[in-house]
Design a protein. Structure first.
Length: 292
């Protein structure tokens, strides 16, 4: 076995991408992060390769996976802080202040594949993501707890021709470019919007940058999508259009099945629901749920 802090350096580098961010969140010196992560890679006969900005191990990671399993159990036992990832809106709105004995990630990963990979590989313990793209019911490793539901609506820049148009329809929206992300980022959202002729003005974005998403809608005639929570964080001057998308969003906790009934997960769920309740009082379109 390798000690907890040594594997932490490698895990955190894959999660947070830079030595500087690992040092900031885990209280390790940059030299220690570099040395310990290299030590782990050498011990397991692995290397790191950067793919679309994300660090992934190269080689047979079977033994590493077994080590991560043991170390994750130790975190749930309270021997080290648990690791939480979130979206660009839920990070500041729901996960700040950071819950006791948790470490929050950068809250800027775009799409569910990377988030789910981090949880599946036991690098991250829980991620807070959005409906409808949660793990399928038959996933053998991952499961989810839905905390809330809320509508998704279209948004446009001030002065957009559709703002003053009465009785908007999807056909009206389809006359303009609509934001899209790299294929597979949000598979269910993508499939639904493509059926309607949307999701066609693609933005190559794997980590959230406001200027590439809401900022693009502010600068062009592009139509975007938002919820009450995302608008609070990054809405800027965008204007809500009086037409909702044909699916709901909402907050979802995703974790490995092993820990779905763990008291520490239940405590996190209760805290997030209490914070959501405060936001639901402010916005009338947030429905609290809290089940799995």
């Amino acid at each position: 076995m390798i000690d907890l802090d040594a594997l932490t350096a490698l895990d955190a580098l894959q999660w947070l991408r830079t030595i500087e961010e690992v040092s900031k969140r885990f209280g390790l010196s940059q030299a220690t992060v570099s040395r310990q992560s290299r030590r782990c890679l050498d011990l397991f006969g692995l290397d790191l390769q950067r793919i679309e900005g994300e660090w992934n191990t190269v080689g047979d990671a079977t033994i590493l996976a077994l080590e991560r399993c043991v170390h994750q159990v130790a975190r749930w036992q309270g021997r080290r802080p648990l690791r939480l990832e979130a979206t660009y809106w839920s990070g500041p709105l729901l996960c700040t202040p950071v819950p006791d004995n948790w470490i929050l990630g950068l809250a800027n990963i775009v799409g569910v594949p990377r988030n789910f990979q981090l949880v599946r590989e036991r690098i991250v313990d829980v991620c807070l993501t959005g409906l409808p793209d949660c793990p399928p019911a038959g996933d053998p490793e991952l499961t989810s707890i839905t905390l809330s539901k809320m509508p998704v609506f279209f948004v446009a820049r001030p002065g957009h021709p559709l703002i003053n148009q009465a009785q908007l329809s999807f056909d009206d929206i389809a006359q303009y470019p609509t934001l899209g992300l790299p294929p597979g980022s949000y598979p269910r959202v993508e499939a639904c919007l493509k059926k309607l002729g949307f999701w066609n003005d693609h933005v190559r974005m794997f980590r959230y940058k406001r200027e590439n998403w809401e900022g693009k809608t502010e600068a062009e005639l592009t139509i975007g999508y938002a919820t009450s929570l995302s608008m609070e964080i990054s809405g800027g001057d965008l204007v809500k259009l009086p037409l909702e998308l044909p699916f709901a969003s909402g907050e979802v906790l995703v974790c490995r099945r092993d820990f779905i009934d763990h008291p520490r997960l239940q405590s996190l769920q209760a805290l997030l629901l209490s914070r959501l309740a405060g936001l639901a009082e402010r916005y009338g379109d947030i429905q609290l749920i809290g089940n799995h």
